[in-house]
Write a protein that binds this ligand. Sequence first.
Ligand code: ASP
Ligand code: MG
Length: 439
Amino acid sequence: MMIMKFGGTSVGSAERIKAVAKLTASYEEPKMVVLSAMSGTTNSLLEIADFLAKKNTDAAQDKINLLEKQYQLVADELLSAGEYREMSYNLLREHFSYIRSFTLDLFTANEIKCLVAQGELLSTALFELYCHESGIEAFLLPALNFMRIDREQEPDHFYIKENLQRELEKYPGKSFFITQGFICRNAFGEIDNLKRGGSDYSAALIGVAMNASAIQIWTDIDGFHDNDPRFVKDTHAIAELSFDEAAELAYFGAKILHPSTILPAKVGGIPVIIKNTLDPQAEGTTITDKASGKGIKAIAAKDGITAIRVKSGRMLLAYGFMRKVFEIFEIYKTPIDMITTSEISVSLTIDDTSRLSRIIDDLKHYGTVETDHDQTIISAVGEGIAEGSNAAQSVFNALSGIPVRMISYGGSQHNISILIPSSFKSQALNALSAHLFNH
Ligand code: ASP
Ligand code: MG
């Protein structure tokens, strides 16, 4: 079985949905097609939720009406007049009357999850209808029947596997399945999700549960590029990456893949293949446990970083200081990305600043605290580049003239990260491409 996951832009219009149906049907292997919501829908649903939470029912109604109109247009373009279009109208009526039901009542945190789940439920239902109208024998397996997270918000692999198998057993001998990305149930059986961009993660979890031959992630670019194409003109797709390289790139800013996707695939030993829906013939990027080639493969950038420096004489020759500092981040459930230390100070970076003021208040018990906002982590990634190659030297040569706030080398063997003010990001990315890749 092969997993074929399509992101929001890949199913972003009637035309694109048709193309995905043709593309998936053209693969002979048994497959599970995992879909995101149509692009823009999750954002719209969250806006509606926001209006409702602020008791702005009129604005919510307007937004719902607008979204429904957009979906009616999609249905009209997707399905020919007659039986299937009728079915799609009924489908939209059902979903939108459910969405409207939230305007009548109190609105709770869990209801936001129910509301936002409508995006993937709609895209998969419309896709299934189109497949049936086109004579493709496809079966929709509800993700809410098998995808589940536990009390720690971590996937419940055992539950997922058992229940997915149970769903599949309902269709012996069949080979074309559809399911929703992103949505799941939580430990209490309520509707929940795998966080923004989580459809990639769904695909990986399903791939592992089914011991799939490959997890294909179909998007609108021909794979991982060696630098960010939004800032650097001359970037190139990378044919092969190792799981470790891809994980570093995804975590440190390459928008192409949800960072959680790689770990399950790596554990399950299942290749992840990034493919371009707009150019299906392009090779894409294949991610396996093999490392190929030497040196720096790619550069990624992660914005919105805040650097925090804690300075304390008490740190000198003391033990237990770091633990106290780390504990504060643990209490406020805020992950740390980079860290560097000196004899009397420690600098670290975070990207989730929602609890920053409380973190700073607590840190002040241990020393003086300085923060720098609007920072960017630039990462150079390649197997083993932080193990005695001259990669670090090349990176610093490229960055001459750019103010570097922090450096991280040797934490991972595959990554050299530096922290710079975001205003220097574009300059840094271009300088790195020019120096490292000689384009
Ligand atoms: N629809 C969800 C989002 O926009 C999940 C996804 O697209 O991966 O975040
Ligand atoms: Mg995505």
